[in-house]
Design a protein around this ligand. Structure first.
Ligand code: MD3
Ligand code: FE
Length: 222
């Protein structure tokens, strides 16, 4: 195929991937490729965490098994069960504390938060989501954290995703934002409680990460 065709130039992904910082809300930003220079440090740290606390599929209070598999590191990990959503210091699968938050992951989160205007971010929880093709996350708000004045920092790895950036009402029509390998998103302040979600991941194999998308979300939860 001719890669310089008009169709290709107007491809959605190309349009949504300029360099640098993209403002998506009053206090929300996507930093394209921000995590790429950190990956040689980050990926071994992530591998060590996942060896200790492997991905597992959790059940929602409504009885549905989530299509994204989860793990966590840091003082607190996010869990869901028939009993509800909550942060816990204990990995329920192992009945042991979650792996500690590795230094490289912590530094990346703090640096990205500061670049978005959130100085003094002190993450105590890193939720790790694994999406295989077809997995998704339906529209929700992140509201299990104690203090909404802290931002959330998200790192996307592997296969691309279409992120749904909604409003403060579930019924507000969300904007679609493509997130690629290495992109870092930071949102806080007035945008902290926006509804958001992830459309089903398309089939594919990422050259570095394989047939999956991994998303890290750093929060101050406790
Ligand atoms: C929210 N994860 O784990 S993070 C979650 O890609 C979660 O795995 C998604 O939602 C994931 O709770 C999305 C990315 C993100 C980016 C910008 C946002 C979430 C946002 C802006 C406002 C609210
Ligand atoms: Fe969320």
């Amino acid at each position: 195929m001719d890669t310089h065709s008009t169709a290709d130039l107007f491809n959605d992904d190309a349009l949504q991937q300029p360099a640098g910082r993209e403002q998506i809300g009053e206090q929300s930003y996507v930093f394209r490729g921000y995590a790429l220079p950190w990956l040689e440090r980050l990926l071994p740290e992530l591998r060590a965490v996942l060896t200790q606390s492997p991905f597992r599929h959790m059940v929602t209070p409504g009885g549905f098994t989530m299509s994204a598999a989860l793990s966590s590191c840091g003082e607190l990990g996010w869990t869901t069960s028939r009993q509800g959503y909550r942060y816990s210091p204990i990995d329920p699968e192992r009945q042991l504390p979650w792996p500690k938050l590795p230094d490289g992951l912590r530094e990346l989160a703090i640096t990205a938060a500061a670049a978005a205007g959130f100085d003094g971010f002190a993450p105590d929880a890193c939720l790790i989501n694994r999406y295989v093709p077809g997995a998704r996350m339906s529209l929700h708000q992140d509201k299990n954290e104690r203090d909404f004045s802290a931002p959330v920092v998200s790192v996307s790895l592997g296969l691309p995703a279409v992120f749904l950036f909604g409003g403060h009402q579930r019924s507000d029509k969300p904007r679609k934002i493509s997130l690629f390998h290495g992109d870092v998103a930071v949102w806080g302040g007035v945008d902290r409680l926006r509804f958001h979600g992830v459309l089903p991941i398309k089939e594919g194999v990422h050259p570095r990460m394989g047939p999956q998308r991994i998303n890290l979300t750093f929060r101050a939860a406790g």
